[in-house]
Design a protein around this ligand. Structure first.
Ligand SMILES: NC(=O)C1=CN([C@@H]2O[C@H](COP(=O)(O)OP(=O)(O)OC[C@H]3O[C@@H](n4cnc5c(N)ncnc54)[C@H](O)[C@@H]3O)[C@@H](O)[C@H]2O)C=CC1
Ligand SMILES: N[C@@H](CCCCNC(=O)[C@H]1CCC=N1)C(=O)O
Ligand SMILES: [Mg+2]
Length: 259
């Protein structure tokens, strides 16, 4: 499980603002606008209780604090409980939380206590980054390259198929790639038959997973993957619109999905 580090989350407010301006350039909407359109709901100050969890690798510095900044940025009223774990959950409910946000090393959830809806960060992240990529105003076709078909990438690829895009899929795990190609009916991307894409979605825990020969001028690379899928040098050489942010866009997607 690729866990966030406190460094990934430094100055999350600036990272969110930078990502928001890229999303606005790419789609014509800000992140809130994409979430509203995608989920058909808007928040009206729901109270969010953020509960730190000490299991496994334990509390990650900046994680709860970043969720506080992120929830407020998207118009929610949030608080981080003083206690972690069960005591923290109790505290959140007693203090009027409508939505609980908490994460162990394997699952990061949002649970709306009022309507019973529950969300998992991995599919919510995959879908929202795929949705942003699919709304690229300057796309030259409906062809999309998806690199990484795991817990985040697969739901994103499935969403793009449902939206009628022609998905070319790649994953270093050949067995997984073969299964996904047949399950989703997508096209196997073969690096030996290079071609360029104006829309690329990446969700892997490795750097430099998008090769130069698929990058077209001013293409969008929408990637929750950490570390970054392309080098700063390639980003500048091709004027790539890079939609990449470590926690906030995925969290917004979770919250809107449980409204
Ligand atoms: N920015 C955000 O909001 C979030 C980011 N993440 C990050 O997204 C990434 C993916 O997360 P998961 O889908 O849960 O991981 P996962 O392990 O379920 O899937 C990753 C997939 O990438 C493939 N892969 C690894 N190296 C590759 C390469 N060089 N080329 C092509 N495919 C390669 C693996 O075979 C695997 O199928 C992780 O870095 C995780 O930290 C996860 C959740 C939220
Ligand atoms: N238990 C810890 C949080 C652990 C979060 C681990 N999960 C990730 O790092 C995932 C979530 C989005 C991206 N990666 C705490 O409460 O401080
Ligand atoms: Mg994110």
């Amino acid at each position: 499980m690729a866990l966030l580090t406190p460094e990934d989350l430094e100055n999350i407010n600036r990272q969110l603002q930078e990502a928001d301006s890229t999303v606005r350039r790419v789609t014509g909407l800000d992140i809130k606008g994409v979430c509203k359109d995608f989920y058909g709901m808007t928040p009206c100050c729901e109270k969010v209780g953020i509960v730190p969890v000490t299991s496994g690798n334990g509390i990650i510095g900046n994680f709860s604090g970043s969720l506080h900044v992120i929830t407020e940025y998207f118009g929610f009223d949030s608080f981080v409980t003083a206690m972690p774990d069960v005591s923290g959950y109790y505290e959140a409910v007693r203090n009027g939380a409508r939505i609980i946000l908490m994460a162990d090393d394997n699952t990061f959830l949002a649970h709306n206590l009022k309507n019973g809806k529950i969300a998992n960060n991995q599919p919510c992240t995959g879908r929202i980054y795929a949705e942003i990529a699919s709304r690229y105003l300057k796309a030259d076709s409906k062809d999309v390259l998806v690199v990484g078909l795991g817990k985040v990438g697969f739901p994103g690829a499935a969403h793009l198929v449902n939206k009628g895009f022609r998905v070319y899929g790649y994953d270093s795990d050949k067995a997984l790639l073969e299964k996904t190609v047949s399950d989703l009916g997508i096209t196997l991307f073969e690096p030996e038959n290079p071609r360029k894409f104006s829309i690329i979605f990446e969700a892997t825990p490795c750097a430099d997973t998008v090769p130069e020969f698929v990058i077209s001028e001013n293409c969008v690379i929408s990637t929750p993957g950490i570390p970054c899928a392309i080098s700063r040098e390639l980003q500048e050489k091709y004027g790539v619109e890079l939609v990449m942010e470590p926690l906030g866009i995925g969290t917004a997607s979770m919250l809107y999905s449980v409204l």
